[in-house]
Design a protein around this ligand. Structure first.
Ligand code: NOJ
Length: 796
């Protein structure tokens, strides 16, 4: 069963059945202002932090679902019938009204046809201003004159989400609204500069600033009393619940259309006046929309592929890059699942996000890397969850103490001890820095001086050394890295027990660091860390091999986890994928590890994390043993580690396995199986329910997941094999033998490489020759910026 289709030409996913089983979301905004909206215009807007700077209200996990949103109602003045431009809130029966939603890159468009009126509402954030634009077009497709009223509606939120949800004795009396000259101002009275405005490019015929006046007692957003009776009440007050509703009466001749622009922005009435003026002419709106299109053009053109796999083409060329960027730009705590309960940056997630898209967003990746380095302790571990502003050199503080503005905690309480450190967190950053320099050639970054969370400052390079040293020191009784609070798997809580995955990760980080040290001329360090890597490899191969696969770890009381005698949690994905991906496993052991993944963990919807799932609590292993079998970390198809197995398969030259794994998880390929998947087919979800559960195949928690960046990285660098290096671009694909050819256009350091790979002998890997503009080369060099060149690669 399908609910929509991919419109690749317009870079949109078109939902032509809007009653999807669960919310299908999208993100608008490319800077600080961000909206999370679904296929019915439900959702919310915030600026910077969805926890501390929420702009519009959302009632998450509610019944009915996904209310409220950023809505436009239409009312036929002839008979009082009313509907909404997006299917919700009014929810006209779908056999009477035609609804479509087009989710695009940082915009969503809602289209409706009802009783001869065609209406469209496009939501996006201006590139140049902190303002959400609602671009509304209403057209009379009937053959009679129509008198209509349009009403906007959004519900303002108290900035701090916790107080908004549960401290009404304060929140209801600390916000006010007023209206003047076509502008609604929402005022958060306890905050300096705590204002929003809602305005339009037309003279309104009515307004309501008070939610309860617009909606009416015992009514809901489905049937607001103002829309029912056809007139707003002109409400505004200091204190209460506030909304943005402007009414416009319109008369349309047959075939005539009107365009209404609504603006929801940061700042008070003065900002509203400026924006009202700036966007008075719809051409200014068109200009911002065009800028948004160019913003994405510039990113997407950095890497475009043409392969025999349509799903891979659509995802890599559009959706997976988009999803990865959304994670880098907005991090992880704003969705319909994460609704403002947490804020800041998760150390490991951010490091991995920044690792995957330095080609399309070098500035943001660099910014994230710097934020992470500042949140590193001198001991070499990262603060698991932190607010970047805690460590910014200049902190803007409000000039008076307000109960609603959360003060920055003092350093001592911010810097957690090793007990709360996760053993993997900072290791990822070593590779993020290496990737960033390989992409940009910005070697000077390694020497940049950056503070530590607990005081002092050193170069980026020295920060990385401390990270590697920390893992070398924090080993358990068998010489494997301690698991500490958790490793990548939040629910594997080994404390002083040992984590296979972290030792492999340590090796991988070292393997990235040594060439960087060499490149920077630090040959003593290169020798030292090369020896460290060899030592890690030896210990891993001695301790972690179980005969047919690698164990997942060792408990503090020295019991193996994931061994052949285990009835539960016998085989784990992370350890076996990382054994190969890291470069630790020999070919023979690596192939056996891959076979274990195929035999025990592979399903048609992707690879499950561990099998069989745990049913008996074992606190020596961790919380994973208390999670329902088949869900989340206990036997679900956790999406984020799946690409690790694609990379592992490629490292072994098994292009068939890599593509089988890729296709299984690929949401595109589930477009016609929504009765099973339920969630959006254009993005990866955090997990897909595993086979031990009755809901096998159901995907949950879209967008905010490390599977975005990792699937992009694994597909482009391992499967398609396009890898930037310090001074060359390497091409080393691993593909199914039946792929005859594929092409990639890759922009690297300002040069466009048009790469065409042919596979005349039907191999899976191995480069026979490379021609650069027709001349044979051993590797693809960096050319002068601005050049465009042709690269022909023959496999064989
Ligand atoms: C989600 C967390 O955000 C991520 O950091 C973690 O690695 C996975 N869960 C697995 O536990």
């Amino acid at each position: 069963m399908r609910y929509g289709y991919f419109d690749n030409e317009h870079r949109e996913y078109v939902i032509d059945r809007v009653d999807t089983p669960v919310s299908w979301t999208n993100y608008i905004g490319t800077k600080d202002m961000c909206g999370v909206v679904n296929q019915t215009a439900g959702g919310y807007l915030f600026s910077g932090s969805s926890e501390y700077h929420r702009i519009t209200r959302f009632r998450p996990n509610g019944v009915p679902m996904d209310f409220p949103g950023h809505y436009v109602y239409l009312r036929d003045e002839a008979d009082g019938d009313f509907w909404s431009v997006s299917w919700q809130p009014v929810s006209k029966p779908l056999d009477q009204a035609k609804y479509v939603c087009r989710h695009g890159l940082s915009y969503s468009k809602y289209l409706c046809d009802y009783r001869g009126i065609h209406a469209e509402q496009t939501l996006f954030v201006a590139e140049d201003d902190p303002v959400e634009i609602w671009d509304v077009v209403i057209r009379n497709d009937s053959n009679r004159v129509r008198n209509l009223s349009a009403f906007s509606y959004c519900e303002f939120s108290f900035h701090q989400i916790d107080m908004d949800n549960r401290n009404f004795q304060m929140s209801l009396y600390a916000a006010g609204s007023r209206y003047a000259d076509g502008i609604i101002e929402h005022d958060l009275y306890y905050e300096e500069d705590g204002y929003q405005f809602f305005t339009s490019n037309f003279e309104p015929d009515g307004y309501d600033c008070l939610r309860d006046a617009f909606i009416g007692a015992y009514h809901t957003e489905r049937n607001p009393v103002a829309v029912e009776r056809g007139v707003c009440s002109g409400s505004a007050e200091l204190g209460g619940n506030h909304c943005g509703s402007l009414q416009k009466r319109i008369t349309l001749q047959p075939g005539e259309s009107v365009r209404l622009i609504f603006l929801l922005g940061e700042g008070g009435v003065e900002s509203g006046k400026v924006m009202r003026q700036r966007y008075a002419n719809a051409a200014a709106v068109d200009e911002q929309f065009e800028k948004l299109r160019l913003f994405w053009d510039k990113k997407l053109e950095k890497l475009q592929i043409q392969t025999p796999n349509d799903g891979m083409n659509a995802l890599i060329n559009i959706w997976t890059l988009y999803q990865s960027e959304i994670n880098v730009i907005f991090s992880r705590f704003s969705s319909f699942i994460e609704v403002g309960g947490r804020t800041g940056l998760g150390y490991r997630d951010t490091a991995q996000d920044a690792m995957c898209v330095p080609h399309s967003n070098p500035d943001k990746c660099r910014q994230r890397i710097v934020e992470l380095l500042r949140a590193e302790t001198r001991a070499g571990y990262g603060l698991h969850l932190f607010e970047p502003r805690w460590f910014e050199p200049e902190q803007k503080q409000q000039s008076f103490r307000s109960p609603t503005v959360i003060p920055t905690p003092d350093r001592a309480s911010i810097v957690h001890g090793i007990k709360d450190a996760c053993s993997d967190d900072a290791l990822w950053l070593v590779v993020s820095v290496a990737q960033y320099i390989k992409e940009t050639g910005d070697f000077a970054f390694a020497d940049e001086r950056i503070t530590y969370a607990d005081g002092g400052e050193e170069s980026v390079y020295d920060h990385l050394r401390r990270i590697l040293n920390f893992s070398a020191e924090q080993v358990g009784q068998n010489g494997i890295c301690k698991g500490l609070r958790a490793d990548w798997n939040d629910c594997l809580n080994l404390g002083g027990g040992e984590s296979t995955m972290v030792s492999f990760l340590h090796y991988w980080a070292l393997d990235h660091f040594v060439p960087l040290a060499e490149k920077l001329g630090r040959s003593e360090d290169a020798t030292y860390y090369r020896a460290m890597a060899e030592h890690v490899k030896d210990v891993c191969e001695r301790v972690l091999w179980d005969g047919s696969w690698y164990i997942r770890g060792i408990t503090a009381d020295n019991r193996k986890i994931g061994t052949h005698t285990d009835a539960e949690g016998k085989v784990h994905l992370e350890s076996n994928a990382w054994a190969v991906l890291s470069g630790v496993a020999s070919k023979e052991r690596g192939e056996q590890a891959l076979r274990a993944i195929q035999e025990y963990l592979y399903t048609p919807y992707g690879i499950i994390l561990n099998a069989p799932p745990y049913t008996k609590p074992d606190d020596g292993i961790g919380f994973v043993t208390r999670v329902y079998p088949g869900l989340k970390e206990n036997g679900a198809i956790f999406s984020h580690p799946n690409p690790w197995a694609w990379g592992a398969a490629c490292a072994l030259g098994d292009g068939k396995a890599a593509m089988t794994f890729y296709d299984a998880l690929c949401p595109y390929h589930q477009n016609d199986k929504i009765e099973v998947r339920q969630s959006e087919p254009y993005v990866y979800c955090q997990f897909v329910v595993g086979k031990a559960h009755t809901a096998f195949g159901r995907a949950r928690h879209p967008f905010m997941t490390g599977s975005a960046g990792w699937s992009y990285y694994a597909a482009t660098e391992y499967i398609l094999g396009i890898k930037p290096d310090y001074d060359c671009l390497s091409v080393d694909p691993c593909i199914p033998a039946d792929w005859k050819e594929f092409s990639v256009t890759r922009v690297w350091r300002g040069v466009t490489y048009d790469i065409h790979v042919t596979n005349p002998n039907g191999v899976t890997c191995g480069v026979k020759r490379i021609l650069l503009n027709g001349a044979p080369v051993a590797q693809i060099p960096q050319l002068s910026a601005g050049a465009r060149c042709r690269v022909e690669v023959e496999l064989g």
